[in-house]
Design a protein around this ligand. Structure first.
Ligand SMILES: *[C@@H]1O[C@H](CO)[C@@H](O)[C@H](O)[C@H]1NC(C)=O
Ligand SMILES: *[C@@H]1O[C@H](CO)[C@@H](O)[C@H](O)[C@H]1NC(C)=O
Ligand SMILES: *[C@@H]1O[C@H](CO)[C@@H](O)[C@H](O)[C@H]1NC(C)=O
Ligand SMILES: *[C@@H]1O[C@H](CO)[C@@H](O)[C@H](O)[C@H]1NC(C)=O
Ligand SMILES: *[C@@H]1O[C@H](CO)[C@@H](O)[C@H](O)[C@H]1NC(C)=O
Ligand SMILES: *[C@@H]1O[C@H](CO)[C@@H](O)[C@H](O)[C@H]1NC(C)=O
Ligand SMILES: *[C@@H]1O[C@H](CO)[C@@H](O)[C@H](O)[C@H]1NC(C)=O
Ligand SMILES: *[C@@H]1O[C@H](CO)[C@@H](O)[C@H](O)[C@H]1NC(C)=O
Ligand SMILES: *[C@@H]1O[C@H](CO)[C@@H](O)[C@H](O)[C@H]1NC(C)=O
Length: 750
């Protein structure tokens, strides 16, 4: 029984290409200008947790977590992809904003404790015109920029170009005041605000305001049930009698997302910023925006109700990342870097473009492995497929019925099952598989177990049998499971000891069993006995090992040439073929042969051979009891001269223990065949019966011996019977009231 395991691993797709890399710096995969940010993708493995420094003419600035949130940088470690994604807002602190937006960074990598610096630079020009108001909800900060041209009623002519020198020349003139839900906080100058983490800037004719999340001046609220963080800053400047105020409101949906029916759901209010009618939405993953229709075609859901925009990202959306997690089960989760742009137009037809960068993570979702049992019983092989193995999960080893196997598991390697159990006419093969799976990267094993069974129809073994001159040969070529059965002759299990005791010849090795059963050994049945030939039948039973129930038998009947034989059947018949030549003089033909009761004559005579067949206790048989045996004796007589009668003593001896019934009316039953003897004798004529008789125990010369004194009548007794109990060490006793224990060797006469 061989086990095959087919396991396929889908390689992690390379999600990032190195295309777009316009110069070669080790570990840098990509530098890209996006609509509102500049992005550097760095190989995590090659750079070993890189750091960045922003560079401008005033110096280099290490980008720490706090500094990033304040100055418009975000660093995302996408360990699943082995990437670090670095984003810089076009208005980030150290962008050189004169002619386009120029970025300069130092990428610092560490090898063996040594820092290596790589200078990166790129100039971007935004591919899109700026909206009057733009808001970016980055992962670590909010940024608002507004056109510095003051939207005034007609006739009130001024612009930010006139404001600019004021602003840059005397910043102390510019104040900022924050407003939370219920109060207006005292104003502060811009340096104070900056110290608190807020950045105000003026670039490309835009006023820029940036704030990290969770500032003391921020407030959290709910809009249509969605959590929103708001920082409401108003910058103002009093120039004699003119006060210029600019409202900078940063408001972002803080919905963390939820997972529902295969979709990552993320909500944002329809109208975070004043909107005439509904907002326009485009969205995508990993910084790529597509229009609503195209997104919907990719399976994204966008629904609006109750002034809420609901985004549904299909769990398997292209651009999403999945990761397996092993902890008492295999789980998976998905990560989406959602990028969404929401454009609204207010009553003055001024456009606000709101952009979200959101990292959404699904909860741990149980991952259901399954196995498919494709075992083909006819092939004698287990084939089990393990399916739905996440691509970041590896099969590291497995146990088959507790035995450990390393993988890869080659198909050439076969494992022979030795454990199986048996059911009715079929064998149940059981294979317990214990898969060890590991989510990579990681070491935590997860064991997935499955039991497969195969029910194989099995037939008990059957022997090949062949006739020989002197017996029957049986042969059995073992199959692997043949030990499930016992082989027996009648009720006795075949063992080397039994074979030896009964005179069978047996050879048994792991491949085959050979059994030669000579004629006249126990177990034979004989039929159609004639002087010419007779049929001998030998039966081998195959029994269930557990229940001893006979399942099949091999019965072989052979025709044998008759020479001499004596058969003492279990049902109480003696059949004798005797060759009287031993006691005849050469050329003599026996005439008038008969048994002790002279009315019992041979069934067949052929030259010197005679065939008698008679019930044991008829024809004048003598019954002799000895310790443990009962012997029926009769004689084949033929008269040779007046003075001398010669013949053969024929006798059947049965062990008493095997007798079921003895003389119970007309019936004789023995578990075992009797043991027969043919013994020539010579005795005086007319001495039948006499007290002296010659018996010989060899077939060579007649011998005199005592004549049995008791005879049975030639007809069956009627009234009384004797029951013989199969009690060890206890002789049978007379029944029917006499209760006389039989201690004599001679059987009482009826
Ligand atoms: C920008 O990078 C290129 C290529 O590495 C280099 O030749 C150039 O001098 C850099 N420019 C500045 C201003 O650092
Ligand atoms: C804004 O002011 C500058 C300088 O005073 C002037 O050159 C420019 O024409 C003004 N722009 C508008 C739209 O009035
Ligand atoms: C801002 O205000 C603080 C405290 O009132 C003051 O010490 C500081 O000089 C001011 N800075 C500017 C640039 O006006
Ligand atoms: C709509 O929003 C309001 C306010 O948040 C909320 O009370 C109401 O339950 C929402 N209705 C539905 C149908 O979600
Ligand atoms: C699977 O194998 C592991 C490691 O040998 C063992 O800890 C665990 O009990 C096995 N599981 C079953 C169901 O046998
Ligand atoms: C029986 O005897 C005949 C004649 O002697 C011989 O041809 C035959 O082969 C014998 N058969 C067996 C089964 O011994
Ligand atoms: C034959 O040998 C096998 C062991 O090789 C043993 O299990 C079986 O019992 C033997 N059969 C007999 C009939 O002795
Ligand atoms: C019974 O008869 C058998 C067969 O002749 C013989 O081997 C055995 O010894 C006898 N047993 C007794 C107790 O006489
Ligand atoms: C038979 O016996 C008688 C007397 O006992 C004797 O005379 C006779 O010769 C014997 N016959 C033979 C053939 O031996």
């Amino acid at each position: 029984m061989a086990f095959k395991l087919i396991y396929s691993v889908v390689l992690l797709l390379t999600l990032w290409s190195t295309a777009g890399c316009d110069f070669l710096v080790e570990g840098v995969l990509q530098m890209e200008c996006h609509d509102r940010y500049f992005m550097i993708a760095v190989d995590l493995a090659a750079t070993g947790g890189p750091r960045f420094e922003a560079v401008d003419e005033t110096g280099t600035y290490a980008i720490t977590e706090d500094y990033a949130a304040k100055c418009g940088y975000s660093i995302g470690v996408l360990s699943l992809l082995g990437l670090v994604e670095f984003r810089a807002s076009y208005f980030s602190c150290h962008t050189e904003k004169d002619d386009g937006f120029s970025f300069r960074f130092n990428l610092i990598t560490t090898y063996d404790g040594e820092d290596a610096y790589y200078a990166l630079n790129k100039t971007c020009s935004p591919p899109l015109p700026w909206s009057p108001r733009e808001v970016t909800c980055e992962v670590n900060y909010m940024e608002v920029s507004v056109r510095s041209e003051i939207p005034c009623p007609a006739g009130f002519s001024d612009n930010w170009s006139t404001l600019e020198p004021l602003y840059s020349a005397s910043t102390q003139d510019w104040q900022v005041t924050f407003q939370n839900l219920d109060e207006q906080l005292p104003p502060m100058n811009l340096s104070q605000a900056r110290r608190k983490g807020y950045v105000f800037d003026l670039a490309h004719d835009r006023i820029v305001f940036r704030t990290p999340y969770g500032q003391p001046e921020s407030y959290s609220t709910e809009v249509n049930g969605i959590p929103v963080e708001v920082v409401h800053a108003t910058v103002f400047s009093r120039q004699s009698w003119v006060v210029i105020m600019v409202d900078m409101i940063a408001a972002c949906s803080m919905d963390a997302g939820s997972y529902h029916s295969g979709y990552m759901i993320w909500d944002t209010p329809e109208a975070l910023y004043p909107s005439l009618g509904s907002t326009q939405i485009s969205l995508g993953l990993n910084g790529k925006l597509v229009e609503q229709a195209a997104a919907e075609q990719k399976g994204f859901i966008m629904a609006r109700y109750n002034s809420t925009v609901k985004i549904g990202i299909p769990y398997n959306a292209e651009g999403g990342y999945r990761k397996s997690f092993v902890s008492n089960g295999i789980f998976e989760f998905y990560i989406f870097n959602l990028y969404l742009k929401q454009t609204s137009v207010d009553e003055r037809h001024e456009e606000t473009a709101l952009r979200f960068h959101r990292t959404l993570v699904t909860p741990l979702l149980p991952s259901s492995l399954f196995t498919e049992d494709q075992t083909d019983v006819a092939e004698g092989e287990f084939t089990v497929y393990l399916g739905k193995v996440p691509r970041d999960v590896e099969l590291t080893s497995l146990q088959l019925n507790g035995q450990e196997f390393e993988v890869p598991f080659s198909n050439a390697k076969t494992y022979t099952l030795t454990e199986f159990s048996k059911e009715n006419a079929a064998m149940l093969h059981k294979l317990d598989i214990n898969y060890t799976l590991i989510a990579i990267p990681g070491n935590d094993p997860y064991y997935y177990t499955v039991s497969v069974t195969a029910l194989m129809a099995v037939s008990p073994p059957s022997f090949d049998a062949s006739c020989t001159v002197s017996g029957i040969d049986f042969k059995l070529a073992y199959r692997s499971f043949d030990y499930l059965w016992d082989i027996s002759i009648g009720s006795d299990r075949l063992t080397p000891a039994l074979a030896a005791r009964r005179g069978y010849t047996m050879s048994n090795d792991s491949h085959s069993l050979l059994l030669s059963v000579p004629l006249f050994t126990p177990g034979y049945k004989y039929q159609d006995i004639t002087l010419k030939d007779f049929l001998g039948t030998f039966t081998i039973l195959v029994r269930d090992h557990d229940t001893s129930e006979a399942k099949t038998s091999t019965i072989k009947t052979c025709l044998f040439n008759t020479t001499e034989l004596i058969i003492c059947s279990t049902n109480g018949w003696m059949t004798v073929v005797a060759d009287l030549a031993v006691v005849l003089q050469s050329g003599e033909i026996p005439t008038k042969t008969h048994l002790m009761n002279s009315l019992c004559v041979p069934k067949e005579v052929d030259g010197t051979r005679v065939l008698f067949s008679f019930p044991l206790h008829s024809c004048g048989s003598i019954v002799k009891l000895s310790k443990g045996n009962v012997t029926y004796q009769n004689k084949i007589y033929f008269v040779r001269s007046e003075n001398v009668t010669e013949g053969m003593t024929v006798q059947c001896t049965y062990p008493l223990a095997s007798l079921q019934r003895l003389f119970s009316i007309h019936k004789f039953e023995s578990d075992k065949e009797g043991f027969g003897n043919i013994i020539p004798f010579v005795e005086p004529t007319k001495a039948v019966p006499t007290r002296t008789t010659t018996e010989m125990t060899t077939t060579v010369a007649p011998q005199r011996t005592r004549t049995p004194s008791l005879h049975l009548p030639s007809f069956y007794p009627t009234a009384r019977y004797i029951k013989v109990y199969r009690v060890q060490n206890q002789l049978p006793y007379l029944n029917k009231g006499t209760k006389e224990t039989m201690q004599e060797k001679r059987f009482p006469r009826f």
